[in-house]
Design a protein around this ligand. Structure first.
Ligand SMILES: NC(=O)c1ccc[n+]([C@@H]2O[C@H](COP(=O)([O-])OP(=O)(O)OC[C@H]3O[C@@H](n4cnc5c(N)ncnc54)[C@H](O)[C@@H]3O)[C@@H](O)[C@H]2O)c1
Length: 244
């Protein structure tokens, strides 16, 4: 059990990659906090029941008060937080010349500023030698075809990861980005145009999209004691996708 009794808060964990990581952490003995939007609470409760999580909390990472309430409740329940996974994210796909300022602002607000807010708001609760794992994306590296705001936000997350790692290193807290490739799930179905899917597939050495569960091993490593000398890094799990 590599995460025995570690208190792990995962944002956006009612479905998708967050749900997969929550399940993997629970199997490794973690005390998992499922955190997601109020409209996702029914689904979040289902996930919690399946994986044996004691606590489901509402969080909207666009709202600082919602974040601080969520983390305070998690810390009140378990005493502290060991691991924060900043997984919640959205996309608004459009070509560069058509991306509206509203779409840009929505994506930056959740995918970049949301992660910034969460990293700040966890500070009073995160234990020394804890971990922060920020979910980035292959889009950051490829320039996200048809996702200008998303690509910029995710590259911003990688830069922010370096800064927060620097800030928290004196406390032994390791801060890393996990950068998934293309997951063959609903998020991809909704947000990725067929020509972009084809473009991506041509660049993936393993010639298939990932299952969300294939992100779990890296997420466990980054949360565990095994990663105590690993910080300010980006771990890409993308089937050998080429960045050109
Ligand atoms: N699906 C992919 O191919 C892919 C690839 C690379 C990176 N990612 C990243 O992985 C993460 C998870 O993606 P996914 O594929 O599981 O997506 P998903 O849409 O299945 O899940 C995202 C979760 O985030 C939650 N969420 C959205 N906005 C929120 C907010 N403001 N506050 C709190 N929660 C919010 C949603 O309710 C949902 O449960 C995201 O950061 C995404 O950018 C996904």
């Amino acid at each position: 059990m590599r995460l025995k009794d570690k208190v792990c808060v995962i944002t956006g964990s009612a479905q998708g990659i967050g749900e997969a990581i929550a399940g993997g952490y629970a199997e490794e003995g973690a005390k998992v906090v499922i955190a997601d939007l109020p409209c996702q609470m029914e689904q979040a409760q289902k996930v919690a029941k399946e994986i044996g999580s004691e606590i489901v909390l509402e969080i909207d990472i666009r709202d600082r008060t919602s974040i601080s309430n969520c983390f305070a409740k998690a810390a009140e329940h378990f005493g502290h937080i060991d691991v924060l996974v900043n997984n919640a994210g959205i996309n608004r796909t459009n070509d560069f010349d058509k991306q509206t300022e509203q779409e840009w602002n929505e994506v930056i607000d959740v995918d970049l500023t949301g992660v910034f807010r969460c990293c700040q708001e966890v500070l009073p609760h995160i234990a020394d030698n804890g971990r922060i794992i920020n979910i980035a994306s292959l889009s950051a590296h490829t320039g996200g075809p048809r996702s200008p705001a998303y690509a910029a936000a995710k590259m911003g997350v990688i830069a922010l990861t370096h800064n927060v790692a620097r800030f928290l290193a004196p406390r032994g807290i390791c801060v890393n980005a996990l950068s998934p490739g293309v997951i063959g799930n609903e998020f991809t179905e909704i947000t990725m145009a067929p020509e972009v899917k084809k473009w991506n597939m041509e660049r993936i050495l393993l010639k298939r999209f990932a299952d969300a569960k294939e992100m779990v091993g890296a997420a466990i490593f980054l949360a565990s004691d095994e990663s105590r000398y690993y910080t300010a890094q980006t771990m890409s799990v993308n089937g050998g996708a080429w960045v050109h």
